[in-house]
Design a protein around this ligand. Structure first.
Ligand code: DOR
Ligand code: ZN
Ligand code: ZN
Length: 312
């Protein structure tokens, strides 16, 4: 007997489609094809391109490049850095750019791409300037996560913590939520299915940021899955040659494997189907203020807010 499961089009709020600047790994066309193949109808692209997405010009370039080449809906996140204008952070442009993106991504640890903010004064400036009604996402591992939560508390930000991987990180988030802070978090599939015991077997293919964690960490994530708001792929492809090379390149693809693994988890009774729908559709929509993907709204979106250029 076959069982038919009906799901909404899934939303992945955390993908790296690599265009422009690294299209040997992925581009808007191949990335959104992978999204559709994996059950996603909307993906939100991260800003850590070689020339990072930290200006109006960079956002416009992504929109132009994606036009008529995408298979799923697509939106963008803004980055923050001082790669332009003689080393000045792009905080002055936050107000003008906020409605053209779904959120701001702050890289507080080193990873793929040039975006990294470690200076406390700069972080203070960023958290205080980003509009309080828009999501501020962080790549913040363990110690830096405590710092991010303190900053969000100080400045009143809506904080969304990307790819939590460790018990201590989820504990910090549970604590922040219990204080009533507007903090949400995401987990990536690889941290729910692999641990660092897999690194020996998989070599560089198991290298990503945050790195794989312990079995205890993973067990804690599964046991507290109801305290995690969203599941993202953190789809971050590299070429096979790059992965097999001497130099470590961090990141793994995930758009085509996340839903099958989630359905496996439902089958194994680790998570309910209703929770899967919440974490991959209802909650992303609510947290990132994403409208229903009806034809009418999609068209309105194209006309009114090019930056949120959902496909018509
Ligand atoms: O492993 C990762 N890869 N972690 C990140 O934070 C970035 C990503 C990428 O863009 O390759
Ligand atoms: Zn990250
Ligand atoms: Zn990422």
């Amino acid at each position: 007997m076959t069982k038919l499961i009906k799901l909404p089009g899934l939303i992945d709020t955390h993908v790296h489609l690599r265009e422009p600047g690294a299209t040997q790994k992925e581009d808007f066309e191949t990335g959104t094809k992978a999204a559709i193949a994996g059950g996603y109808t909307l993906v939100l692209d991260m800003p850590n391109n070689p020339d990072p997405t930290i200006s109006e010009t960079a956002i416009n370039e992504k929109i132009t490049l994606a036009k008529n080449r995408i298979y799923s809906d697509l939106g963008f996140h803004l980055g923050v850095g001082s790669h332009l204008k003689g080393g000045k952070l792009n905080v002055d442009e936050f107000q003008d750019l906020k409605d053209r993106v779904f959120g701001l991504k702050v890289y507080m640890n080193h990873t793929t791409g040039p975006l990294l903010i470690e200076d406390n004064g700069e972080l203070d400036l960023i958290f205080s300037n980003w509009p309080k009604d828009k999501i501020l996402m962080v790549h913040a591992e363990t110690e830096t996560l405590a710092k991010a939560i303190t900053l969000a508390k100080k400045h009143g930000n809506r904080l969304h913590v990307c790819h939590i991987a460790r018990k201590i990180e989820l504990e910090l988030i549970i604590q922040a939520k219990s204080e009533g802070l507007p903090v949400t978090c995401e987990v990536a599939m690889h941290h729910l299915y692999f641990t660092h015991a897999d690194e020996e077997r998989l070599g560089h293919f198991a290298m990503m940021r945050p790195p794989l964690a312990s079995q205890e960490d993973q067990d804690f994530l599964w046991a507290n899955i109801n305290s995690i708001d969203t599941i993202a792929s953190d789809h971050a492809p590299h070429t096979r040659e790059e992965k097999e090379g001497k130099k470590v390149v961090n990141g793994v693809p995930g758009l085509e494997t996340t839903l099958p693994l989630l359905l496996q988890a439902v089958n194994d009774e680790r998570i309910t189907l209703q929770r899967v729908t919440e974490m991959t559709s209802d909650s992303p929509r609510k947290i990132f203020n994403i409208p229903e993907q009806t034809k009418l709204q999609t068209r309105d979106y194209l006309q009114n807010a090019a930056g949120r250029h959902l496909k018509g």
